[in-house]
Design a protein around this ligand. Structure first.
Ligand code: AVI
Length: 333
């Protein structure tokens, strides 16, 4: 299918990339995941409007250092990051960058080259439009060509167009929420959309002591628990389910062998749940868990291997001062 482009202003264009992978819906994934053994739901469904607001609150928690550490790296080293590849650059970001982090890099690039094209990819039209318009408003030298669609579809399509050397960005340790086979697939798709010499800036959370990791996902204020439990509330709202959210406990622990903090919703007593809109009845035993998220952690050597497998080489790595988080520049081989 051909992408559909709309020029919203002379510096903002939105290109809609229709689905080609036939990705299942929330209803289909919920039906399959809740009837599987063990039960699971994809972490991508954590981010409805309520979940996105709770995630934003998580990034401000004292125990959840990830966003602060990554922002510190970009504040300190952004000037260097945008100068590793030869200017002029085009930016491509997986996710829509309304955040401070993207702004820091845009600002640094504009210092070098005066004008910049920024291309975010996002599944949410509202998020893309709001963040793009705010960015063109804030930076007179910036133009935005936004791509609306699922990362996998957009990267695999021929919709992406660049005029200059590209610096792609996949920040926030978002790569950590993919299982290893999918993270290899997404990095290979990014490599396929780039030319040799283009770069990918990848933010990853570092492997570290269990106590620090587990506290980041078990904050005493219970915001992460609310973020996780919202998935049940979302099924109640959207799939006419009757989960009693109070009967589920949020459980997050670090599995050192997998290198992942795994999050679950654990039934506190036996129950039967009815998801009316999809006609599915689910039984849960006391103590039975639904896996809702993997948050993989990476040593810098893990990133080097992942990069090589996907068609990149690791060119540079920056850390925050407390050495909790890494930002890597991978160059397309
Ligand atoms: C977005 N992502 C990298 C976060 C993480 O750390 O896995 C989401 C999150 N889940 C619980 N807290 C934060």
């Amino acid at each position: 299918m051909r992408p559909i482009g709309t020029a919203v202003s002379d510096r903002f264009e939105l290109i809609e990339v229709p689905g080609t992978t036939g990705a299942p819906s929330f209803a289909q994934d919920a039906a399959a995941g809740l009837q599987a053994t063990p039960k699971h739901l994809s972490s991508k469904y954590l981010y409805d409007a309520v979940g996105s607001a709770l995630f934003d609150a998580i990034t401000h928690l004292p125990e959840n250092y990830l966003t602060r550490a990554e922002t510190e790296i970009l504040r300190e080293w952004g000037w260097q990051i945008v100068r590793v590849l030869d200017a002029p650059l085009d930016f491509l970001e997986l996710g829509s960058g309304s955040a401070v982090k993207t702004r820091l890099l845009i600002e640094e690039a504009l210092r070098v080259q005066g004008k910049l094209r920024y291309s975010p990819i996002d599944i949410s039209r509202e998020a893309l439009q709001a963040s793009s318009l705010a960015l063109v408003d804030a930076f007179p030298g910036l133009s935005v060509r936004a791509y609306l669609g699922d990362y996998f579809n957009v990267l695999a399509s021929s919709a992406l167009r660049f005029d200059r050397r590209v610096l792609a960005m996949f920040m926030g340790s978002n790569i950590g929420n993919y299982e290893p086979a999918d993270s290899r697939r997404i990095l290979s798709l990014i490599a396929g959309a780039l030319r040799p010499g283009d770069g990918l800036l990848l933010g990853t959370d570092l492997k570290k002591e269990r106590s620090v990791l587990e506290l980041a996902y078990n904050d005493p204020a219970g915001v992460t628990a609310a973020f996780n439990r919202n998935l049940l509330a979302r099924m109640n709202r959207e799939l006419e389910a009757d989960f009693d959210v109070r009967n589920f406990k949020h459980v997050s622990h670090y599995d050192e062998r997998r290198g992942s903090v795994d999050s679950f919703l654990e039934a506190q007593k036996p129950m039967e749940v009815w998801l009316r809109s999809i006609g599915v009845r689910v039984s849960l035993a006391a103590g039975e868990r639904i896996h809702t998220e993997s948050s993989y952690k990476f040593g810098d050597d893990d990133v080097a291997s992942l990069a090589n497998e996907a068609g990149f080489r690791l060119a540079s790595t920056w850390h925050d001062r407390a050495k909790r988080f890494s930002v890597h520049l991978l160059v397309r081989s």
